[in-house]
Design a binder for this molecule. Structure first.
Ligand code: AMP
Length: 493
């Protein structure tokens, strides 16, 4: 879970990368880094923390040049260390290179062992270092060819940016599991921007041009933009969870507005799992669009029943032992005025361990609700992600070893239901293809309250376009092995 941003040919490269990373902050809050080039040498700064804290003005001013790449990193268990921060910048026989990577390689451990056996020394536990060593060992002459050579040996998910003194390269794995897109500035057509999500372009005044295609490598130099497909072809497998939770609602991913997909998921959820109720409320913030869709489809009034505090940072220290265990109350509080005496539908995007949902049900009941019906805008999450989303082990995923009925009784709701995989895919399709009578501007059906959606058709080949392994266990890329004990120790180090 990371975000990448790159820019070429712009006098404000470092400042715009700073802003781009800020717009990708939701993809990783552990560390941030920017590497720039002035055409001769690279300048780098990386540190732990949020973008806004990592780059005070004087740091940004040091990052010279008209091309840059940046990275925000999400904390995975134990690996929260500066040495894992990106972009990685190294010197090798052909000069300097920096790399920032979003995704997860499935054969990194094997490659690492082979590289170590032939003398490579690793500093950190990240997969990205494997790519750097493969580049250094490549016999190709030009940096993009060396990178292509290196990437042809790795398996897994990557949306990656590389920067040398005069070249920016963007590459996306052959299945396109993580998103990556390209933009331009209307008044500066020579400048190119590349980002994990299109929302970055809105902030800096660039315009979305296109997706970087699965398996594509885009090379940007003073000569312009060149595209190639140097990797073996594979079926497209965009991660569906990007739409459900991970991407920002103001982004467009592969032609579908993330907000619209979430709203459609709510509509499908209401069509598949209706319930008699007085209000429908979101678990803020990620449950809001799906709740709007649920309300539109069902005719049940939308209300805010929970309020989220935006000031709980990762570093929040609970004041005293005896007032600890506030748990979810620190993050969410209930508005009893909307809940008291009501039959409440509460919509969230996912249940992972089930602990949050259980506390939310208690909060809503304590606020006086008569009934609490939980609705989830994705299917039961039973399988860990090996392609870059930070999920707990299978045994910690409540849906991996409990039925929906058991989860319902654990979280103490009156009923619990999840959207089907077929329903999910139909929601993405509805958000992608403009409907007849669509509302101008967003290409989506406007829901007069109570207008019923037909139930989704059984999942056809269209599900094949996506990775849905976290719900189905159908992993599109074999992972050679679970992390070894040594690798886990390295991650803990
Ligand atoms: P849990 O208490 O483990 O069931 O957490 C459920 C909540 O975690 C939901 O509100 C989700 O929005 C949120 N969530 C889902 N996936 C992730 C993730 N990979 N990282 C952080 N939060 C997540």
């Amino acid at each position: 879970m990371c975000g990448v941003f790159g820019i070429y040919g712009h006098a404000e490269a470092a400042n715009l990368t700073y802003l781009g990373l800020h717009s990708l902050q939701h993809r990783g809050q552990e560390s941030a880094g920017i590497v720039t080039t002035d055409g001769v040498q690279l300048y780098a700064h990386r540190a732990m923390g949020h973008v806004i804290d990592v780059f005070p003005q004087e740091q940004l001013a040091r990052l010279e040049g008209e091309a840059a790449i940046g990275h925000v990193r999400y904390s995975t268990a134990g690996g929260s260390h500066l040495k894992n921060a990106q972009p990685i910048a190294v010197e090798y026989s052909r000069g300097s290179i920096a790399i920032g990577h979003n995704g997860n390689l499935t054969n990194a451990q094997q490659l690492r062992e082979q590289l170590e056996a032939s003398g490579s020394i690793f500093q950190a536990a990240s997969d990205t270092e494997v790519i750097v060593h493969l580049i250094a060992k490549s016999t190709q002459r030009q940096m993009p060819d060396r990178l292509a050579d290196a990437l042809s040996r790795v398996e897994g998910a990557y949306s990656l940016l590389a920067l040398s003194h005069d070249t920016l390269v963007a590459a996306r794995d052959p299945r396109g599991i993580r998103p990556l897109c390209m933009g331009r500035f209307p008044r500066q057509p020579g400048a190119v921007v590349i980002a994990s999500e299109s929302t970055s372009f809105d902030l800096i005044g660039a315009e979305f041009e296109r997706e970087i295609e699965p398996g594509e490598m885009v090379v940007v130099t003073a000569r312009g933009v060149e595209s190639s497909f140097p990797f073996p072809r594979a079926d497209r497998k965009l991660c569906l969870f990007e739409y459900v939770y991970f991407a920002r609602p103001d982004s467009t991913v592969e032609g579908a507005s993330v907000y619209e997909v979430r709203k459609q998921l709510g509509r499908v959820l209401a069509a598949e799992h209706p319930v008699e109720a007085d209000v429908v409320i979101p678990v803020p913030d990620s449950g809001v669009p799906a709740t709007i869709g649920y309300s539109e489809q069902s005719g049940i009034p939308f209300e805010m029943g929970l309020v989220r505090s935006h000031y709980i940072g990762r570093t929040f220290i609970e004041p005293e032992q005896r007032i600890r265990h506030f748990g979810v109350k620190l993050k969410l509080s209930a508005i009893s005025r909307t809940l008291k005496g009501k039959r409440v539908v509460v919509v969230d995007d996912s249940i992972v361990r089930g602990t949050t949902s259980r506390k939310i049900v208690k909060l809503i009941r304590d606020a006086g609700a008569r009934e609490v019906h939980f609705r989830i805008s994705s299917p039961p999450n039973s399988w860990p992600c090996y392609y870059g989303i930070d999920t707990p082990t299978r045994s910690e995923l409540i849906a991996s070893n409990h039925s929906i009925e058991e989860i319902n009784s654990y979280i103490t709701s009156d009923s619990l239901a999840y959207v089907s995989l077929e329903g999910m895919v139909s929601a993405v399709e509805r958000a992608t293809v403009p409907h007849a009578g669509a509302h101008a501007g967003n290409g989506a059906p406007q829901g007069a309250a109570g207008r019923r959606l037909p139930l989704a058709e059984p999942a056809g080949p269209v599900t094949a376009r996506f990775c849905h392994a976290c719900w189905t266990g159908e992993y599109p890329i074999e992972f050679r092995s679970e992390p070894s004990a040594r690798q886990l120790r390295l991650r803990e180090a």
